[in-house]
Design a protein around this ligand. Structure first.
Ligand code: NAD
Length: 268
């Protein structure tokens, strides 16, 4: 039985992860962490995620429960508690699954250095469909080549804190890889005003925010006389939670290192 602790347990994503962990026969939901002062502190982990009681309660510091944990899952907003959780899990030698998006490069660097002695799966999108999509986009970009303009459009719910989504970045990066371009040099994030004509090399990335959209991503390849669109629509957060559960099992057997969902699915 793998004992799982979840940081950000009262959040939208972690609620679904907690539910699926609780239902899995080989996983045990034993830990939940929220920020000090949160209404969730002291609540039963099962009750919080709409399942039966677990007898384990939400705490305000991962440090107090990490020794009785075999894997730590972290999805927080804002991102800074994710770095702290990585430091605690890394120091305790526990595998880590991180889904937090919107981290700045310094936070990613701090997290990466904190987990260098443990397996860590870090993915902006744990959906199996989106992971396959990144591979399709890279291949399509390589085959279609420079004659096709690449634009990425994403849509999410009104509460999302960061834009564009981590997945939109990952898809733009996949296209850039296929085209042998550097996204830092060619990424264009939204357009407004007298922009002039589109340059051939740029990769546009655009974010929509509305209602309760779980997550939609479309990559458009615009050529002369045709447009190719490859799209993914998440209908519920369970698509991510299923990928997280798969990652917990995979990371529990993995060597130390930084991994993504392509590693978990064995996609090269
Ligand atoms: P949310 O706001 O519903 O949940 C975030 C949770 O983090 C909240 O419960 C909040 O109280 C908690 N938190 C804040 N400070 C904390 C602290 N110090 N210690 C512990 N918990 C703390 O947000 P959400 O929709 O669940 O998204 C969370 C993150 O996951 C975002 O970055 C989002 O973009 C990302 N996300 C990733 C994927 C993926 O597949 N990788 C999918 C969906 C969302």
């Amino acid at each position: 039985m793998t004992r799982v602790a979840i940081v950000g347990i009262a959040g939208r994503m972690c609620g679904r992860i907690a539910h699926l962990v609780h239902e899995a026969e080989d996983l045990d939901l034993t830990g939940g962490v929220e920020f000090p002062g949160s209404d969730a502190i002291g609540k039963d982990l099962g009750e919080l995620s709409g399942s039966e009681r677990t007898g384990h309660h939400v705490v305000d510091n991962l440090e107090t429960i990490v020794s009785a944990t075999d894997a730590v899952v972290v999805f927080t907003a804002p991102p800074d508690p994710t770095v702290t959780a990585a430091e605690i899990a890394g120091a305790a030698g526990k595998p880590l699954i991180v889904g937090t998006t919107g981290m700045i490069p310094e936070q990613i660097e701090a997290m990466t250095s904190a987990v260098k002695n443990v397996p860590c799966v870090f993915a902006p999108n744990f959906s199996i469909g989106v992971t396959v999509l990144t591979k399709l986009i890279e291949d399509a970009a390589r085959i279609l080549g420079n004659d096709y303009d690449v634009e990425v459009v994403e849509a999410h719910h009104r509460y999302k804190q960061d834009a564009p989504s981590g997945t939109a970045y990952a898809l733009a990066e996949a296209a850039a890889r296929g085209l042998e371009r550097d996204l830092n040099a060619v990424g264009v994030y939204g357009r407004h005003g007298d922009t002039g004509a589109r340059s051939q090399a740029e990769i546009g990335v655009h974010a929509l925010r509305a209602g309760d959209i779980v997550g939609e991503h479309t990559v458009m390849f615009g050529g002369i006389g045709e447009t190719v669109q490859i799209a993914h629509r998440a209908q519920s957060r369970d698509t991510f939670a299923v990928g997280v559960v798969r990652s917990i099992r995979w990371a529990s057997e993995a060597d130390a290192g930084m991994y993504n969902m392509r590693d978990v699915l064995g996609i090269s």
